[in-house]
Ligand binder design. Structure first.
Ligand code: HEC
Length: 99
């Protein structure tokens, strides 16, 4: 997994030199401020395809617990809310539901 991530990051940075811009919304500045201390925002975009609320919550907790991200407990839910809303995996709709 680690190797795959590195390859993806390398590929992404060759393909597009512009820094990632986060989508606008409440919490954007907080996420941009807290999550760029150690790595670029590519990680958020890359993982938006498979992380749902539970996934993002776990991810943010891991950043704090395992890597020591400077995130206050009261910022946690705002960060997760932003990530789920803007970069969460879209729930799979039942096939029969009309648009
Ligand atoms: C204290 C440093 C630090 C901060 C701050 C930080 N991260 Fe990370 N993050 C890491 C490290 C270290 C890795 C894994 C190593 C790597 O692949 O570079 C990582 C990897 C990731 C990954 C890739 C998947 C994974 O688990 O390896 C995602 C997604 C991610 N971070 C999201 C975030 C988000 C969202 C924030 C802000 C809430 C954040 N990070 C803040 C250190 C940090």
């Amino acid at each position: 997994m680690f190797v795959i991530l590195l390859v993806l990051v390398a590929a992404a940075s060759f393909a597009d030199e512009r820094p990632i811009q986060l989508k606008d919304g409440p919490g954007k500045d907080l996420v941009a401020g807290r999550c760029t201390v150690c790595h670029s925002l590519d990680y958020i975009q890359m993982n938006s395809f498979f992380l749902d609320r539970q996934g993002w919550e776990g991810e943010v907790k891991k950043m704090v617990k395992a890597f020591g991200a400077p995130i206050q407990p009261d910022e946690m839910s705002r960060i997760v809310d932003y990530l789920v809303k803007n970069y969460g995996k879209k729930p799979v709709r039942p096939v029969s539901t009309p648009k």
